[in-house]
Ligand binder design. Structure first.
Ligand SMILES: Cc1ncc(COP(=O)(O)O)c(C=O)c1O
Length: 382
């Protein structure tokens, strides 16, 4: 049953050997900038490439500031803190996500509340968030509190799954209505657009990842993006050990973190950002081929971007009929060297999050049993 797809994937990647889910691509410009960073001796957390990448990334996204970090997890940790997430507060997020989203909440001493996703987008459902707030939240002088737990609801944290934009505008409307900040986990969504605006630029803060499996990579890396000057300054301060600028003195005025992106990684990031438009085109073409294949063969549904949205199609995803069909698919494709993966386990099913508050997760559970990713790496490169 899966033979036609296996042949298609082999023809797309032009190999009888192993095909990865998402391999990075590097060319001569990437090597040139990395070598230049090495020769400059500025390989750690200061250097021209850090400043250049922050400026170019902010310009690309249409935001005022980008503060780059060692990885997306560190960026999420600090972004939540800057949004006002403190110990014993709660953050509403989706149950169906990569574990880093939930971990960042706990790094801040806060409690995740796992709500359902929309079935068509796999992102936090605005309807479920509204319903949860109507039933559980009350406005007080110093914020919105969960009537049942007594904790402050400090942030909403939606995630754009596999680069497909979630209903971010509606979620921001809910955040505004209740006075709860939105921190957008756009780790997977660089280059995705919703209603003309870049994913990551909607919330009070947005977070990106440049891990080796992402659409562009700096080896390891992340970014906090914001339009707020004060928040951006504090993000930079906190991620650079809260050192007070001075030519030689070691003065630190807060407990900060050593989270800045090294210049060596930023050099690679600068080169990769130049490739992004070509990578996006290649991925769109690949997604179109998969979409037509599944429209014709009909044995699985391909995830398409929603109306008014442009996905970066970071990882292409399909929905199979059942859990057993999914398992057969994963076994057969991986046996012949084509890497495919199931979507994540729900957060509340991981042992460390087993006791967390969650609501009806019927869409998340349905998707968990059926969704798999197909090879999605960029094929064409210089
Ligand atoms: C949704 C999501 N959030 C956060 C992260 C964390 O990013 P990083 O791996 O750069 O720490 C990732 C990716 O790995 C991710 O997919």
């Amino acid at each position: 049953m899966f033979d036609d797809l296996i042949s298609l994937i082999r023809s797309l990647y032009g190999t009888d050997g192993k095909i990865a889910l998402h391999e990075p691509r590097f060319g001569s410009y990437d090597k040139e900038l990395v070598l230049h960073a090495i020769e400059s001796t500025f390989v750690s957390s200061v250097g021209e490439y850090v400043n250049r990448f922050e400026r170019e990334l902010a310009d690309y996204l249409g935001v005022k500031h980008a503060v780059v970090t060692v990885n997306g997890s560190a960026a999420l940790h600090v972004a939540l803190r800057l949004a006002g997430v403190v110990a014993d507060s709660e953050v509403i997020t989706q149950a169906l996500t990569f574990v880093a989203t939930a971990n960042a909440i706990v790094y801040n001493g806060a409690f995740p509340v796992f709500l359902d996703v929309d079935r068509d987008r796999m992102g936090l459902s605005p309807d479920r968030v509204s319903q949860f707030l109507e039933e559980n939240a009350e406005r007080c002088e110093n914020g919105v509190f969960n009537k049942k737990s007594g904790r402050k609801i400090a942030a909403l944290m939606p995630m754009h799954t596999f680069g497909l934009p979630c209903r971010i505008e509606e979620l921001c409307d809910i955040g505004r209505k209740w006075g709860i900040p939105v921190v957008e986990d756009a780790a997977e969504a660089l280059g995705s657009i919703c209603g003309g605006r870049h994913c990551g630029s909607f919330g009070q803060l947005g977070v990106l990842s440049f891990n080796g499996n992402k659409i562009i990579t700096s080896g390891g890396g992340g970014a906090i993006v914001t339009n707020d000057d004060r928040v951006a300054n504090l993000a930079k301060h906190l991620t650079t050990t809260a050192k007070v600028p001075h030519q030689w003195a070691f003065e630190h005025d807060m407990i900060g973190y050593n989270y800045r992106m090294p210049n060596l990684n930023a050099a690679l990031a600068c080169a990769q950002l130049q490739h992004l438009p070509a990578y996006l085109d290649d991925k769109r073409e690949l997604a179109g081929i998969y979409q037509r294949f599944f429209a014709e063969s009909g044995w699985a549904d391909f995830f398409e971007e929603g109306p008014e949205c442009t996905s970066n199609y970071w990882l292409n995803a399909i929905v199979l009929d059942s859990e057993s069909q999914r398992d057969r698919f994963l076994e057969e494709t991986n046996r012949v060297g084509i890497m495919t993966r199931p979507i994540w386990k729900l957060m509340n099913e991981l042992k460390m999050y087993a006791g967390c508050r969650c609501d009806d997760l019927s869409n998340s559970g349905w998707l968990q049993d059926r969704v798999v990713n197909l090879p999605s790496g960029v094929r064409k490169h210089e």
